[in-house]
Ligand binder design. Structure first.
Ligand code: GAR
Length: 187
């Protein structure tokens, strides 16, 4: 059993997959805290429904966010931080103290970087007429989407795909891949 903190900015379907796998006994971990920069994130409701404590970031400047989160997380037992649709850059304080992984909905190094998140990624992949996209799980460093890659899953992109079709296919693969990687951290 190990301790996770999950960061999420939006819908939180990735967080939900983690919660569901813990509840079914498939993943032997605890979520200590869900952190969000967005007070309206549905991810927060998902956490509350699962009786997981939540924390909303107050600071605006990146350096202040880093200091704020270092202070908040010092009160928890944290083995791993998972960025599950979290859209802010992570500061050096957190990076130096914690193991942090991110799930990105494309095959990095393509379609990564600032502004490349969620549907923006899938739109860019379709506009470029790619025939493959996928999921990248990677460690987080101080630049967007550029830390060491843990694993990738390839999915097809079909000519008739809308960005929504592609997002759904990528997100199905993403949840399976993330849970597999999180199970590796059980050891
Ligand atoms: C996920 O597909 C995740 O890969 C992506 O946002 C989605 C969040 O969905 N993350 C990024 O694009 C980060 N650059 P969710 O809110 O339903 O979990």
């Amino acid at each position: 059993m190990y301790n996770l903190v999950v960061f999420a900015s939006g819908n939180g379907s990735t967080l939900q997959a983690i919660i569901d796998n813990i509840n079914s006994g498939n993943l032997k971990a605890n979520i200590q805290l869900v952190v969000s920069n967005n007070p309206n994130a549905f991810a927060l409701s998902r956490a509350q429904n699962a009786n997981i404590p939540t924390y909303i970031i107050k600071s605006k400047l990146p350096s202040e966010i880093d200091a704020e989160l270092l202070d908040v997380l010092s009160h928890y037992d944290v083995d791993l931080i998972v960025l599950a649709g979290y859209l802010k850059l992570i500061g050096s304080g957190l990076i130096n103290k914690y193991a942090i992984i991110n799930t990105h909905p494309a095959l990095l190094p393509k379609y990564g970087g600032k502004g490349m998140y969620g549907m923006n990624v899938h739109r860019a992949v379709i506009n470029a007429n790619e025939t493959k996209s996928g999921v990248t799980l990677h460690y987080v460093n101080e630049k967007y989407d550029s830390g060491d890659i843990i694993s990738q899953t390839v999915v097809d992109v079909f000519p008739e795909d809308t960005p929504e079709d592609l997002a759904a296919r990528v997100q199905r693969a993403e949840k399976i891949q993330l849970i597999n990687v999180l199970k590796e951290f059980e050891k």
